[in-house]
Ligand binder design. Structure first.
Ligand code: FES
Length: 106
């Protein structure tokens, strides 16, 4: 369907193919992206799938609900464009998405 880019804190980039309907977290796990542990399996309960969305893409990732906002508040390195990747559903509108991984999760 499209491609997205994960950039490790070290600067190493990983370009992966994505499918519409899967979560950003699942795309990371399926492609062995380091730093996305996803300990709770996508239940918005662990915070180990934190990504920092490239500023130009943040609106396209959709809104943040109260559960995600609360969990993000517990993560180190939270930024204005932080998301939990398990809460972002991929679609054609996100073809080209760029996200960065926080240092804490390396
Ligand atoms: S996988 Fe646990 S909060 Fe996203």
């Amino acid at each position: 369907m499209g491609r997205i880019t994960f950039i490790e804190h070290s600067g190493t980039a990983h370009v992966v193919e994505i499918e519409a309907g899967q979560s950003l977290m699942q795309a990371a796990v399926d492609n062995g992206i380091p730093g996305i542990d996803a300990d709770c399996g996508g239940a918005c309960a662990c915070g180990t799938c934190h990504v920092i969305v490239d500023e130009q893409w943040i609106d396209a990732t959709g809104g943040i609900n109260a559960d995600e906002q609360g969990m993000l508040g517990l993560t180190p390195e939270i930024t204005d464009t932080s998301r939990l990747s398990c809460q972002v559903t991929l679609s054609e509108a996100l073809d080209g998405l760029i996200v960065r991984l926080p240092e804490f999760q390396m």
